[in-house]
Design a protein around this ligand. Structure first.
Ligand SMILES: NC(=O)c1ccc[n+]([C@@H]2O[C@H](COP(=O)([O-])OP(=O)(O)OC[C@H]3O[C@@H](n4cnc5c(N)ncnc54)[C@H](OP(=O)(O)O)[C@@H]3O)[C@@H](O)[C@H]2O)c1
Length: 349
């Protein structure tokens, strides 16, 4: 089997993926800046490891030497994706990550030509965001090819990891985003709400600046895109308040205080919480003539699903299915790709 490397392997998500990889017969090299954390996990799983940080480009290139694929799991990715992707372009390794950050998808989309020239695939968003939602978007586009409006939504049943909470904290106060006429368009936090039935009865959801606002456009070409998250009233109130206090939420002292609180929490959902959790997704497309199509997906809890989808992508790349350039999951592997993941079901309305 070709070599692949998991960067940020000692983090909650990286470790979950490494643990899922081994029973499939994978032998990923575990890597990260935290030598003690990475070597302890590598010893436990009987895998090789490499310890290096991302500050010096030559060090990162040396760290990726000999790798066919890199699965990058160290986020917030706004701080890390550029360094890892650049080293992948230079060393010829295909780049995968589990980001959900719009700015990161857009930065990698701008590297499309460079990636094609290097024969390297850049496929960010190989986790919960965006594999299931991207496949759902492509499925809906297939059902209504003339669609001009896409709404996607999700309801998470399970907890958040420290890394996800940190990434969300960094984006607090930056407002929301949608696509209008194909352009990323800033909107206020919690800009719109709508009642959505994710498959378990109607709940209220609000718009959030989720990765699909970027990626679904590349996968479907639909110019108007909104993404919703099921949000209890308290969350909607906080989002609205953040419109007025965004400057304070983004300030250094408040960010430091929030991140200290996050570090005091458990690293992420326990195995039991993940086993009990569930992901529910919904999507709707409309065309100019008023035609509409709706579909839903349900699957395992978000972090479990992230591990399963990321490894499904790795498996494809290791089998030689990697198209050079910037890719989304559905563009690379089709709308039905997510149905290969155990426990994922799709239904049409
Ligand atoms: N899109 C999705 O569906 C999805 C799903 C799961 C996770 N995620 C994202 O994945 C990221 C990681 O989440 P997590 O729960 O695994 O977080 P975590 O447990 O906090 O782990 C973060 C990992 O990243 C490393 N790291 C952070 N900043 C770094 C830097 N500047 N240079 C090198 N390494 C760095 C950490 O190394 P140290 O141990 O040295 O700090 C650690 O290995 C978050 O951004 C999260 O939002 C997205």
């Amino acid at each position: 089997m070709a070599n692949y490397l998991i960067y940020g392997a000692n983090g909650y998500t990286g470790a979950l993926i490494a643990r899922e990889a081994v029973p499939r017969g994978h032998r990923p090299v575990l890597a990260g800046r935290n030598a003690a954390g990475v070597s302890a996990l590598a010893r436990e799983l009987g895998l090789d490891h490499r310890a290096f940080g991302l500050d010096d480009p030559a060090t990162v290139r040396a760290g990726l030497q000999g790798m066919t694929v890199v699965l990058h799991c160290a986020g917030p990715f706004a701080h890390t994706a550029g360094a890892v992707a650049e080293a992948c372009l230079q060393t010829g390794a295909h780049y995968l990550d589990v980001t959900g950050e719009i700015s990161v998808f857009e930065m990698l989309a701008r590297r499309d030509e460079a990636a094609k020239a290097a024969g390297v695939m850049l496929l960010p968003g190989a986790g919960f965001d965006v594999v299931p939602s991207d496949c759902l978007a492509a499925h809906l586009k297939r059902r209504l090819p003339a669609a001009t409006k896409l709404a996607l939504g999700f309801q998470m049943r399970g907890g958040l990891s420290r890394g996800t909470a940190t990434t969300m904290t960094e984006n607090l106060g930056r407002g929301g985003a949608v696509r209008r006429g194909g352009k990323l368009t800033p909107v206020p936090a919690g800009w719109r709400t709508r009642v959505i039935d994710f498959g378990r009865g109607p709940v209220t959801a609000m718009t959030i600046p989720w990765g699909d606002v970027s990626t679904a456009y590349y996968s479907t070409g639909i110019p108007d895109i909104e993404v919703y998250m099921a949000a209890p009233r308290s969350m909607r109130v906080v989002a609205r308040l953040s419109r007025y206090f965004g400057w304070a939420l983004g300030s250094r002292p408040v960010q430091r205080w929030l991140k200290r609180r996050i570090q005091a929490r458990p690293p992420g959902p326990t195995d039991e919480q993940r086993a009990r959790g569930q992901s529910l997704l919904w999507g709707e497309v409309r065309d100019e003539r008023g035609a509409c199509a709706v579909a839903r997906l349900r699957g395992p809890e978000g972090y479990t699903l992230t591990a399963l989808t990321a490894l499904a992508v790795v498996q494809r790349v290791l089998a030689g299915q990697a198209s050079p350039g910037f890719q989304t999951p559905a563009k690379a592997y089709g709308a039905d790709f997510v149905l290969e993941v155990p426990g994922v079901q799709r239904s049409d309305e």
